[in-house]
Design a binder for this molecule. Sequence first.
Ligand code: AMP
Length: 138
Amino acid sequence: MATIFSKIVAGEIPSYKVAEDENNYAFLDINPVAPGHTLVIPKREVDYLFDLTDEEYVDLQLFAKRVATAIKQTMPCQRVGVAVMGLEVPHAHIHLIPINEEKDMNFFKEKATVAPDEMARIAQTIADAMGNNHSELF
Ligand code: AMP
């Protein structure tokens, strides 16, 4: 059965899309640790990040670098933090989170409340910074 992230890539489930290339897809996390929290995934459905081929892994990381650069340009933050867990959704994904302090990477604190129109605006802003103006909205 396809993962929820494969359904997002296929357009069967909506997402706040930030960017897409041939092999990778980026969209806002629906339950963000901070506004601008983005997930970067390979389109090929692989559960564990480190089971990607070397080529796929490097391609995904280079895509994530482009997305992180756009997040840094558009969201007020010192840095973009990176995390990989993958225990909830069995489809490899990299969390990119705008942070100002180490504690901003805390996944266990209360999540940010970001209204749908603000999520759409953030996704579009990051997409624009990537020169990739085709955000899909809920
Ligand atoms: P983990 O597998 O522990 O790295 O966490 C999975 C992440 O995916 C969580 O941060 C969820 O909020 C996020 N997530 C789950 N479903 C969706 C969805 N439909 N759209 C966007 N983000 C999602």
